[in-house]
Write a protein that binds this ligand. Sequence first.
Ligand code: ASP
Length: 327
Amino acid sequence: MKRRKFIKNTSLSGLSLVTANAFAKSGIMQDNNLNKIVKPIVVATWRVPNATKKAWEILQDGGSSLDAVEQGCRIEEADINNTSVGKGGLPDRDGNVTLDACIMDKEGNYGSVVYLQDIVHPVSVARKVMENTPHVMLAGKGAKQFALSQGFKSENLLTESSKKAWEEWKKKSEYKPIINIENHDTIGMLALDKNGDLSGACTTSGLSYKMQGRVGDSPIIGSGLFVDNEVGAATATGMGEEVLKTVGSFLIVELMRQGKTPQQACKEAVMRIVKKSGNRYKDFQVGFIALNKQGEIGSYCIHEWFNYQVYAKDENKNYKSDFYHKP
Ligand code: ASP
């Protein structure tokens, strides 16, 4: 498949053409009238139909985008078969399951937890940080203590199968991130509700077999997630270190503010990572999704097989992202 050529023109006609292309690809037809907003809509990284379904039900009932992204993320956090998020997440190289998550609302409020252990729903703890503390981020022991004080229960998150996989890994102890480890990964979710308000959330167990104490992009404001209710929202998956160095999600929102479509903005953020990495990009994956105030979506990644889930217009569909590396 030839790489799509994107129009650089940021005039309104240029915009609607590019947007129409992105939507034709995703199967969601965008109205020619830019004032016609596609809402509600929820978009998430990877193949997570149950998560977007949950979010969609909340949005359809007139619920807020904030409730939708939180509840949607919780579905994956509770799924022990998803080994990159919540319970069942693969541990660090010492066998600890450590979780990172964040959430951001339409007012630009933000809450996050990093290196949280023994709590199944870090996204909900992040929301409590946002709503019930004067802070935006809590880490490690303090985050857990806070979670317990808010009524969350402590439990062992290392499942038998994740423990087995870790024990297998320990035989060689080879630290080599694998591109697209599986068909689901960090979940980043963005939603636009019936009121036209945007929110986002992101939750992960981070890179498997990471060094103890390692925190990636997912819970870091502007890197793994950013929401500006005037413009749009973006979230990331993949090699967190690379996303952090370019503050990818904030970059995408700022590019959209300057007139780029979500698709153009995601592509530019990926290209920045690719260019800065020299040849290293061949060994890691980064994928972004974005949603703007009009309900237009975009997605771009380095390597093939990143996909994303969209629930809009009563349809819950998975789409393959466009990608850079076409050897
Ligand atoms: N971005 C996550 C991290 O670096 C991992 C991933 O999405 O695979 O922690």
